[in-house]
Design a protein around this ligand. Structure first.
Ligand code: ZN
Length: 308
């Protein structure tokens, strides 16, 4: 199992306004919207994917935006901060850029020796840009220059009352504890896809989170293909986890299970990828529906709020 998991695949959150969500990721952060589809389990809600040019696993932030939905209440048992990599020395430029886009809650700090810019998303969600060397080629949307563009995920933090059982799960998934600072314990994959880190943030006695707009819905980890996914599924089941069967999400195969701290984990395959039903040049531009919802197209096109 250790060698099958290659880091973060995607992270999926809840949002309110689809248009505000799209503006924030494509304009302020300069990511590419690589897929415009619907939540396969609730097709009246968009599923928007933002990442690099082709939505390489490890770069993909995704959202279920439900217009006018209430905000979540942060707490324990959920993902706290989602972090992206930016080139070393670009924090100051990002601070200025985010302020120009009237992004809220901009502050800076250092964690594990890396400079970070912290800020809030359109629904108050917690993000960080972290300075780090990274060889991944960036997408340069929204007028972001190549020398400062986001490279993909750096990490996500899991906010938990007690991180013990989750730390054990991460070790089982091939992560190693690489350090701790304050209440944060860092885990890393040595041979991953560059989205290699996860933090456990312990908040003893913290109140449970209430999920709503701005909350992370689940975090997905990458495996190469369905065969690797079957191995991971078997290993998890043998350890006592309740894991869903393999589910076809058109752009990847997914399995889901609940981690000990309550966070929903997914294991997603890298294949077939987001160019399975669109050519690379036009990724994200048309509303794509899975076969099972194609008959709803006219209705959905009329009801889903425009993104631009
Ligand atoms: Zn997912």
């Amino acid at each position: 199992m250790q060698s099958q998991i290659q880091g973060i695949h995607h992270i999926t959150s809840l949002a309110s306004s689809p248009a505000a969500n799209n503006r924030f990721f494509t304009e302020a952060l300069g990511l590419r919207r690589v897929k415009t589809t619907v939540n396969f389990d609730a097709p009246e809600v968009y599923h928007l994917y933002y990442g690099d040019e082709i939505g390489t696993p490890g770069t993909v932030m995704t959202y279920f935006p439900r217009p006018r939905s209430a905000r979540g209440k942060p707490g324990v048992g959920e993902v706290g901060t989602v972090s992206f990599v930016i080139p070393v020395g670009t924090s100051e430029a990002w601070k200025i850029r985010l302020a120009e886009f009237r992004v809220g809650g901009i502050t800076t700090d250092t964690l594990f020796g890396e400079n970070r810019v912290l800020f809030g998303g359109p629904d108050g969600e917690s993000f960080a840009l972290v300075e780090r060397e990274d060889t991944r080629a960036p997408w340069t949307g929204g007028g972001v220059s190549e020398d400062m563009a986001i490279r993909g995920f750096h990490s996500a933090s899991m906010r938990l009352r007690d991180g013990g059982a989750s730390a054990e799960l991460l070790r089982f998934m091939g992560y190693e504890a690489v350090g701790s600072e304050g209440a944060t314990m860092r885990f890393a994959k040595s041979k991953g896809n560059n989205a290699n880190h996860l933090d456990i943030e312990t908040v003893a006695g913290g109140k449970r989170a209430k999920q709503g707009a701005g909350s992370v819905h689940h975090i997905a980890f990458s495996v190469a293909d369905a065969a690797a996914q079957r191995k991971v599924r078997k290993a998890l089941i043998e350890t006592g986890y309740q894991v869903t069967p393999q589910i076809d999400r058109d752009y990847f195969q997914a399995i889901y299970f609940r981690s000990p701290g309550g966070i929903l984990f997914e294991i997603a395959t890298d294949a077939p990828g987001f160019d399975a039903d669109e050519d690379r040049a036009s990724l994200g531009s048309a509303l794509k529906l899975p076969k099972q919802h194609e008959h709803l197209r006219a209705e959905l096109e009329a009801e889903l709020e425009p993104l631009d």
